[in-house]
Write a protein that binds this ligand. Structure first.
Ligand SMILES: [Zn+2]
Length: 400
């Protein structure tokens, strides 16, 4: 279908006949509801159809008994510009991730830009440019309209407090992975993370061994001392810390625990299980860490949900929260929850055809990835049956 620009608004949209409503809220992951009403991109009602005002809708979607979840959030990716990545020289990777149910991506640094500037003036200019460019490309419908939150500078030695104030004033809200630049010592990182926090800029730290030639080791002592908001790829990107160090991070820090697809899968599974045992599953968030040496995985978030659910024995409805409501709360985003007042970013799913599972949640628990039948961003249909997932057993229909 033609790519709509986001300058248009959705008007009133009614989604009815939802078979399973996944809220994204880990404290209440399944809602007793079959209908969602949206007005101009914002959820205005969630409930039973008989209790909702469904009249005079511009668009009506019959979910045909499929599951509705908040659009998935990739907490850790590395965009550069446009829908292109120089890392594997690939075009259209963001649109491909839309077909994997992802509606929001969070940059952990535009690190793959060839010739990326490392001087302070240059890195600030790049961050501001990337923030503007991704805002602008979304409005133009590039990348399927996925919300790419970018402009995440990689901090370097010599930055001062006023640099963070300047970045914040210019609209920068994220730091790229701390540790990918020249700032690798705990005390130095801690001072800069604190300056960033003071001006409302959220931080993520690289955890584990070097990811590609040129990056370095960040161990548990540095992660704890730096105290960034997100323990980025706690399972390594790819090389993980020894598991006892990972446990220390879960136990001694209260920050977000980010598990990524392009990490060590064994440590990812053990970490998810450990977070459940520590009774802090609300801290767990998921990312792909793509594009990377391992490439781009359009289904990376769905694969990770199936992986932690099936191998860490975590109920599938909880695993979906790791990639939606948890990320929203840990990162202060509006999207990621099916709740009145939230942006209408949704993924419609059903169990994949011929999955051994009885229903969607059972299929994920058995390790199968779901079939995506439709993706909406701000109440606008961005794709119908996914070109990337295995075919969903049932897909929603646009009836008006
Ligand atoms: Zn990293």
């Amino acid at each position: 279908m033609a790519a709509p620009t986001t300058t248009e608004t959705s008007g009133k949209v009614v989604i009815r006949n939802v078979g399973l409503m996944l809220s994204g809220d880990i404290d209440r992951p399944i809602l007793d509801a079959d209908t969602v009403v949206v007005n101009d991109g914002v959820i205005v009602a969630v409930g039973k159809e008989r209790d909702c005002d469904t009249g005079n809708a511009r668009r009506v979607i019959d979910a045909r008994g499929t599951a509705l979840a908040p659009g998935l959030i990739d907490s850790h990716c590395h965009p550069v510009f446009g829908d292109w990545t120089p890392r594997q020289n690939q075009l259209g990777w963001i649109d491909s991730c839309l077909h994997g149910g992802v509606t929001t991506m969070i940059s952990a640094g535009e690190v793959h830009l060839p010739g990326r500037p490392k001087d302070v003036v240059g890195l600030k200019a790049l961050a501001i440019t990337a923030q503007r460019a991704f805002e602008g490309q979304r409005a133009a419908g590039v990348g399927g309209g996925v919300k790419v939150l970018a402009g995440a500078p990689v901090i370097e030695k010599g930055m001062r407090e006023e640099d963070f104030a300047e970045l914040a004033a210019a609209g920068v809200k994220l730091l790229g992975e701390v540790g990918l630049g020249s700032v690798k010592a705990g005390d130095e990182a801690r001072a800069m993370v604190a300056w960033a926090r003071k001006y409302g800029i959220q931080s993520t730290i690289h955890t584990g061994g070097p990811s590609i030639p040129g990056s370095g080791l960040i161990d548990a002592d540095v992660v704890l001392e730096a105290d960034a908001d997100v323990i980025g790829h706690i399972n390594g990107g790819h090389t993980a810390l020894p598991y006892p160090q990972v446990c220390r991070l879960c136990e001694q820090s209260g920050r977000a625990i980010e598990i990524v697809h392009n990490g060590n899968e064994r440590i990812g599974i053990l970490t998810a299980r450990h977070a459940m045992e520590l009774k802090c599953p609300h801290r767990v968030i998921l990312g792909t860490d793509a594009p990377a040496g391992s490439g781009v995985q359009p289904l990376g978030i769905l694969r990770l949900i199936a992986l932690v659910s099936s191998l860490a024995d975590i109920p599938a409805e909880i695993a979906f929260c790791f990639a939606t409501g948890n990320t929203a709360r840990q990162r202060g985003l509006r999207q990621g929850l099916i709740e009145v007042g939230r942006p209408a970013d949704f993924v419609f799913m059903d169990k994949a055809q011929h999955s051994a599972g009885e229903d969607l949640l059972d299929s994920v628990r058995l390790g199968d990835i779901p079939g995506v039948g439709m993706v909406m961003i701000d109440g606008i249909v961005r794709c119908q049956r996914s070109r990337n997932t295995p075919p969903a057993t049932e897909v929603p229909a646009i009836v008006a």
